[in-house]
Design a protein around this ligand. Structure first.
Ligand code: SAM
Ligand code: SF4
Ligand code: F3S
Length: 474
């Protein structure tokens, strides 16, 4: 998600249909806000544009089609969209010049969660927007572009055109791939807008998921992340499978493959649906990564009730205990919200206490942001912004200490790392993750990207580990 959310994925991707009349190919550019689901949806948009003959542009200034794939989980994310649209307005001033060069006008589209939620209103507020596509209307892009080229402006589609097939997606990463297994969420946590932007849950068929994962494995991907807002409620009634059953099927389907998918991750798990069977599967299936992202949101039972989360602090800590007993060395991360309406100092203290007890490897933390169409609006949001800010800083400081200490405990140990990129700091180092999701950097060449290597940890830093390779890549 944006800023400090799960995976930190706010992406910018060049991606564009028909430019100059018949000469150079048209170009596209996509900016993605929000979570991994949006990142993967942008990959599907990019694939569709490639099939229309478009190529990626370096910036929106050079693009024939500009797409903003939006997130509305917090108010700030929405503000960002409208300021970005304001910045892009000048592109529309180039239309006369483009027409003289035989080019179609620049098309600006808004997609994703704000598109689903606001629909028509976006075009009314920002006249430079040519089309709006909701979260379940991704597949309508080619027909919308066609309608625009025929002069039918102001296209808004927010109905369902669900098609889970992502075989034409242009994936951003050549080592790790996202695979959507469900859309929507039935949980209605009182603070969360997602059920109204992504709709109610619908599940992809098990066979289709297994086929896609097998296909990715054959193409040399080394890791897949199964995506859903609440993966633990995934079910395929026809196949008689629940989520732990799906993981076992995938683990079996990938057994014995060489050079293909070695790790299966999944996001996100709701604590109320985390079953003993899932924990047991994580302990016994070799391909299931030893990491769980288990959002707790708060350590206060009173606030948990108001959030409509359906578990207690003790229940959550019991799950953590079970998990650590069954899956030795498992990595654990979470999401936390501070400043939910009426959160007292005692409630906040309970969150700090829970963080100490759970001993997380990492977390994402947010100040509560009131969202339209959510039940939490019934509670008065009277906490001063400075109090929310102070609590967030205090929480993050506590975690910094826990993480530094935990990271130092890795020193001297050897871990298996899946190398996925160059290090962000220097091209002399490469970067990867352990099964437990620890980031590890070490000196190495780009040729290692996509390999599993053993690395001896020499230094535990604030957010990552540093080490030296020992042994040959596989
Ligand atoms: N489905 C996941 C779950 O149940 O935990 C999370 C999905 S949500 C898109 C990602 C995170 O954003 C949540 O876990 C929560 O911490 C945060 N979030 C959602 N709504 C929020 C709000 N109104 N204000 C602040 N943070 C929010
Ligand atoms: Fe939002 Fe709750 Fe659904 Fe997660 S489980 S997407 S927080 S409503
Ligand atoms: Fe944002 Fe929508 Fe994801 S609201 S976090 S992009 S599901």
């Amino acid at each position: 998600m944006p800023e400090n959310n799960v995976g930190g994925l706010s992406t910018c991707e060049g991606s564009s249909p028909s430019g100059a009349a018949g000469t150079t190919p048209a170009t596209y550019w996509i900016r993605t806000y929000g979570c991994q689901m949006n990142v993967h949806d942008s990959e599907i948009y990019a694939g569709q544009m490639r099939r229309l003959g478009l190529v990626p542009a370096d910036s929106p200034d050079d693009a024939d089609i500009v797409l903003l794939n939006t997130c509305s989980v917090r108010e700030k994310a929405e503000d960002k969209l409208f300021s970005e649209l304001g910045r892009l307005r000048w592109l529309k001033g180039l239309d006369a010049e483009r027409a003289r060069a035989g080019k179609q006008p620049v098309r600006i589209g808004v997609t994703g969660c704000i598109a689903q939620q606001r629909g028509e209103e976006i075009i009314e507020r920002e006249g430079s927007v040519d089309f709006v596509l909701g979260t379940r209307a991704i597949r309508a892009l080619p027909s919308v572009l066609e309608a625009l080229s025929q002069g039918h402006g102001g296209q808004v589609i927010t109905e369902d055109f669900i098609d889970f097939d992502a075989s034409d997606a242009d994936r951003l990463d050549r080592v790790r791939a996202f695979v959507t297994i469900m859309e929507g969420c039935n949980n209605y946590c009182s603070f969360c807008i997602v059920p109204s932007t992504r709709g109610l849950e619908i599940y992809r068929h098990a066979d289709d998921i297994v086929d896609e994962v097998r296909g990715l494995s054959m193409r040399g991907y080394r890791e897949v992340t199964l995506l859903g807002q609440n993966v633990n409620s995934w079910v395929d009634k026809t196949a008689g499978l629940d989520f732990p059953g799906l993981l076992r099927r995938l683990d079996d389907a990938l057994a014995g493959n060489k050079g293909g998918v070695e790790r299966i991750r999944f996001l996100t798990s709701h604590p109320k649906d985390l079953s003993p069977a899932l924990i047991e599967g994580m302990g016994s299936c070799p391909k299931i990564a030893k990491h769980l992202h288990l959002p707790v949101q708060t350590g206060s039972d009173r606030i948990l009730r108001q959030m409509n989360r359906h578990y207690t602090r003790d229940g959550y800590l019991y799950l953590v205990e079970q998990l650590r007993e069954t899956v030795p060395g498992v990595g654990l991360s979470t999401d936390l919200i501070v400043g939910f309406p009426g959160e007292t100092e005692d409630d906040f203290e309970a969150t700090l206490e829970l963080v100490r007890e759970a001993n997380y490897d990492s977390f994402y933390s947010f100040e509560y942001s009131p969202r339209p169409d959510t039940a939490a609006l019934m509670y008065e949001d009277t906490l001063a912004p400075e109090i929310k800010r102070r609590r967030l800083v205090e929480l993050q400081e506590l975690q910094r200490g826990i993480q530094s200490r935990k990271n130092r405990e890795w020193e001297g140990r050897t871990v298996e790392v899946l190398v996925d990129s160059f290090s962000r700091k220097t091209a002399d180092d490469v970067s990867g993750r352990t099964s437990s999701n620890q980031i590890v950097n070490f000196a190495g060449e780009g040729a290692l990207i996509g390999s599993l290597v053993d690395v001896e940890i020499t230094r535990g830093c604030g957010h990552s580990l540093y080490g030296t390779v020992c042994g040959a890549p596989r």
